[in-house]
Write a protein that binds this ligand. Structure first.
Ligand code: AMP
Ligand code: MG
Length: 376
């Protein structure tokens, strides 16, 4: 490997050389050039605004923003109507996939709770089958059977608790998981599995975003970003430019402080699992909503894992599994086929896979360790 400090010195001296040339040019053309640039930017901005529709809705337990590019500004109203239709679709998704409501999954879980082998409605079988397949490749770190453990920790619904559950109650949950079947292959029934409930919270947002993006394209608006609290899908481009998205700083107090940015190409998903989404602090320790199915506890080795990929549901499942894997995330990423990954560990250090590194723009002053994934 080359000497990183020598490379850094070379970059720095290049930087100063460019800075001096830059200063000279600015001095030469000064105010005039600046005025022209500002005028150009403003004109470009207001022109772009005419082609953009921005809308926000509340669904999937979070604010979801839609940014749609329309070639003809007159189409903006039609794009808004399409977003309204998709809002209804997302609410329906929410209801059917909620583990605890009166929707399809809620009823399935109620049957499991009665100690029965529960019937799975046809509408849920595809995603459930995919989820269990992803669970297997994750080595059980992403586990859709985790519902009752999440509920025990109090993360199923706000308000979130202020202290962890009893160790004996966690052990009981782990026992129930150990005794339950580990797979699901699309059959009509699953179980019995006393003490277990299904929860697709770690993959559902990705799948819902995929469906919303398909639907929006189906309405004729194939250039858009749909952003559900930092988990997002993009499609097409922002006119003649790519979409540019930010990755949230896991220790920032607001959702708009980014430590990294990247440009997306066509249909892509950017999904993050972090310890900052739902958490409480107890005796100086942070307890959050992503649980390790092996220990029953929230893992503490990482702050956030961002996965990019063409398949939003797979990226979502992978972000959760890699988060649970902690420092062993590269081997789980390889096993799950997640090649584009950005990780912030518990000390704030960054790591990025070789496949993602060329696309990533970090904030000035930050560096990320480059990771080659092992062969699966
Ligand atoms: P995500 O934000 O995609 O990482 O998903 C977190 C959500 O998935 C939590 O709110 C739980 O409902 C659920 N969950 C937590 N831990 C796991 C796990 N190890 N496997 C599957 N789902 C989980
Ligand atoms: Mg996830």
């Amino acid at each position: 490997m080359s000497d990183p400090s020598a490379a850094a010195r070379a970059r720095l001296s290049n930087f100063w050389r460019r800075a001096l040339v830059g200063l000279f040019l600015v001095g030469l053309f000064g105010a005039l050039a600046l005025r022209n640039r500002e005028a150009d930017d403003a004109a470009d901005h207001s022109d772009a605004q005419q082609h953009l529709l921005y809308d926000e809705i509340y669904a999937l337990g979070t604010l979801i923003s839609f940014t749609v590019w329309v070639d003809d500004p007159a189409q903006r109203a039609a794009a808004g109507a399409a977003v309204d239709a998709i809002e209804r679709q997302l609410h329906d998704f929410d209801r059917q996939w909620s583990p605890w409501g009166d929707g399809l999954l809620g009823q399935f879980n109620q049957a499991l709770a009665r100690g029965e082998a529960a019937a799975l409605p046809a509408a849920l079988r595809d995603l459930a089958t995919r989820s269990f397949a992803l669970s297997a490749t994750s080595g059980g770190r992403f586990d859709p059977r985790i519902g009752n453990l999440v509920k025990l920790w109090g993360f199923a619904d706000p308000p979130y608790p202020s202290s962890p559950p009893q160790a004996s109650a966690i052990d009981q949950q782990l026992d129930a998981l150990r005794r339950a079947p580990t797979g699901y292959d699309g059959a009509e029934h699953w179980g019995p599995a006393p003490g277990v409930a299904w929860d697709f919270g770690a993959i559902g947002k990705g799948e819902a975003l995929r469906q919303a993006s398909e639907a929006l394209s189906g309405h004729g608006f194939s250039a858009h970003i749909i952003n559900a609290g930092g988990n997002l899908v993009t499609s097409g481009a922002r006119g003649d430019r790519p979409w540019r998205v930010g990755v949230r700083d896991p220790r920032a107090s607001n959702q708009t402080t980014y430590f990294a940015a990247l440009e997306t190409a066509g249909k892509e998903a950017v999904v993050t699992s972090g310890d900052y989404e739902r958490y409480f602090e107890f005796q100086g320790r942070r307890y959050h909503h992503i649980l390790d199915p092996a220990t029953g506890l929230p893992p503490a080795e990482l702050r956030s894992v961002t996965v990019l990929g063409a398949d939003a549901a797979a990226a979502d499942a992978a972000s959760t599994a890699l988060f649970v894997a902690g420092q062993r995330w590269p081997e789980v990423a390889a096993a799950m086929g997640a090649t584009q990954v950005l990780v912030v560990d518990a000390s704030g250090a960054l790591a990025v896979t070789a496949a993602l590194q060329p696309r990533l723009r970090l904030q000035p002053g930050l560096t990320a360790r480059r990771v080659e994934l092992p062969s699966p």
